[in-house]
Write a protein that binds this ligand. Structure first.
Ligand SMILES: Cc1cc2nc3c(=O)[nH]c(=O)nc-3n(C[C@H](O)[C@H](O)[C@H](O)COP(=O)(O)O)c2cc1C
Length: 133
């Protein structure tokens, strides 16, 4: 668990976020979506038991941050997540699900165009059929 936006560091993030997750779980919200580690960065920036967080919540747990096809499949198979969300890979691959299904090669996300505000880097990554042309 790492500081994001203005949350700041905490002396015992496992207890704090475990408590928050349990309270959210009691309210029966649809799912808990968790950026595991530093957003878009290392997953192991601080020791944290994500599985315990999932258990504390008790509902549908969606994991995110640095997953790929294999690690996402393993997370779901092993039960550490109910689903996995993708950010950068989806930006670069409009047909990400199809590519995963086929185990096809992926377009590499271009960090330089992430926040460009235009079409470049958002709507011009080729889908598989286009790439094959
Ligand atoms: C261009 C870009 C914009 C993002 N905007 C947001 C945002 O507004 N709010 C947010 O919580 N996360 C935002 N993220 C973080 C992603 O939701 C996600 O947590 C992060 O990319 C890690 O997942 P990934 O490894 O699958 O990319 C953004 C990421 C990228 C690349």
């Amino acid at each position: 668990m790492t500081p994001a936006n203005d949350t700041g560091p905490d002396s015992d993030p496992q207890a704090l976020y475990g408590y928050v997750a349990s309270k959210l779980g009691e309210r029966g919200i649809a799912f808990l979506h968790v950026v595991e580690g530093a957003t878009g960065g290392p997953r192991d920036i601080a020791p944290f038991d994500w599985k315990a967080l999932k258990a504390a919540f008790g509902g549908v747990y969606i994991a995110n941050n640095g997953y790929d096809r294999d690690t996402a499949a393993a997370a779901v198979t092993e039960g550490t997540a109910d689903a996995v969300a993708f950010g950068r890979l989806f930006i670069a691959n409009p047909d990400l699900v199809t590519r995963f299904r086929l185990n096809a090669p992926l377009n590499e996300p271009n960090r330089d165009t992430f926040y460009g505000g235009g079409a470049e880097g958002y709507t011009d990554y080729p889908a598989l059929a286009e790439a094959a042309e």
